[in-house]
Design a protein around this ligand. Structure first.
Ligand SMILES: [Zn+2]
Length: 385
């Protein structure tokens, strides 16, 4: 943040300087001083732009790294949510099984109660009123054998009742055990679910934090991009100032001193004058001549002079301006690479750059402009078109 604030300060200072320096020059010495100052500012801005781009790059990488972390967290969260869904199904199943078992237990209990009642009645029959029955049975029996048979029969029925009762008790106990096991199972599932839910809460917090970090980085990127725009705008303003100052010195070369700026190709794809723009599709002035050539082929200085600009802007891409003196300058746009740098003295035919398609361009070509006092003019008389 501190570094960024400093950069803003430097932009503000530069703007202030620019406003002060824009007072028209009188002597050649003043012009040279101003040019030196503009160049110094331009260099500073070039560094600022490079730093800004580097910073945007770093921030973007950091953002991507955090986006990956966020994705990992969210994937994990999705997985856990799916596991929770599955656990919920298992828990619901366990619950319904418990209910079924409970119903069965109740049925067995009713069965048991019924049998118990019958058994109790039987016991009463045999034992409580045993004496009476015994006497009756005894009296009604024709003999002792008959009596014993009847007595055995009653005892047999009671024993059978008791055995059935025991069987039902065992069945009921088995169901109780099954229910207990189901309850344990369900409790285990609930515990597992609780674990997952708390993990999912943790992940939700982590995800929110990660999103916050990403937003903060995006804020930094936006801020840095706004600064980059400001730097580029400033740089373009100064570039115009440099061109305006420089072109007024010396004597302009004559048309006969000019050479064709693209030795590998004579193919003019768009002439100087009004045309429909190939990208914007609007009628506008084409301020130079377009020469179609393969990417990487040589661009040469059309006339002797000094390189006063080797810069980038979004329309011209990489462009070079050569000052030929006497208010005359030439411009070479859309280059894939620079060869000559600012301050170089060049002769007509010296390689100054390579053909490319940078900036607003539909394919590799050289956009060549001739300017008088910074204003474009037809290049045709200079290059024999
Ligand atoms: Zn053009």
């Amino acid at each position: 943040m501190e570094k960024r604030w400093k950069k803003y300060c430097s932009t503000i200072v530069l703007t202030a300087l620019l406003t002060t320096i824009m007072v028209p020059a009188v002597s050649a010495d003043d012009t040279d001083d101003q040019l030196a100052e503009y160049r110094r500012m331009q260099q500073q801005l070039k560094d600022d732009i490079a730093n800004s781009k580097k910073e945007i790059n770093n921030l973007t990488m950091e953002k991507n790294k955090n986006l990956q972390s966020l994705k990992a967290i969210n994937d994990n969260l999705t997985q856990i949510s799916q596991q929770i869904d599955l656990l919920n199904i298992d828990i619901a199943n366990a619950e319904s099984q418990i209910q079924v078992t409970e119903t069965e237990i109740n049925n067995k209990q009713q069965d048991l109660d019924g049998r118990l009642a019958i058994f109790n009645t039987r016991l009463k029959e045999i034992y409580m009123y045993g004496d009476v029955d015994f006497l009756e049975v005894l009296l009604q029996s024709s003999d002792l054998t008959d009596f014993l048979t009847r007595f055995e029969y009653l005892r047999y029925i009671a024993e059978n009742d008791q055995r059935l009762l025991e069987e039902v008790k065992i069945l009921k106990q088995a169901l109780e055990d099954e229910k207990a096991s189901l309850v344990t199972q369900k409790n285990d599932l609930e515990a597992k679910k609780a674990e997952h839910v708390s993990r999912s809460e943790e992940l939700k917090v982590a995800s929110a934090k990660q999103q916050e970090i990403i937003s903060s980085i995006q804020g930094d990127i936006d801020e840095e991009m706004a600064m980059l725009d400001a730097f580029e705008e400033e740089s373009n303003k100064i570039a115009t100032q440099i061109v305006n100052l420089q072109s007024k010195n010396g004597t302009a070369p004559s048309a006969s001193q000019f050479v064709w700026p693209c030795p590998s190709s004579k193919r003019v794809t768009s002439s100087y004058g009004m045309r429909t723009h190939p990208i914007k599709k609007t009628k506008s002035m084409h301020t130079g001549v377009d020469i179609g050539a393969s990417s990487g082929s040589n661009i040469v200085a059309a006339a002797p002079g000094t390189v006063i600009m080797a810069a980038y802007n979004s329309a011209y891409g990489n462009y070079t301006i050569i000052d030929h003196g006497g208010g005359l300058s030439t411009m070479y746009a859309h280059q894939s690479a620079f060869v000559a740098k600012v301050g170089d003295t060049v002769m007509a035919g010296d390689v100054i750059g390579k053909v490319g398609s940078t900036g607003l361009s539909t394919g590799p070509h050289l956009h060549f402009e001739v300017r008088i006092n910074g204003q474009h003019t037809s290049p045709n008389p200079y290059i024999g078109l």
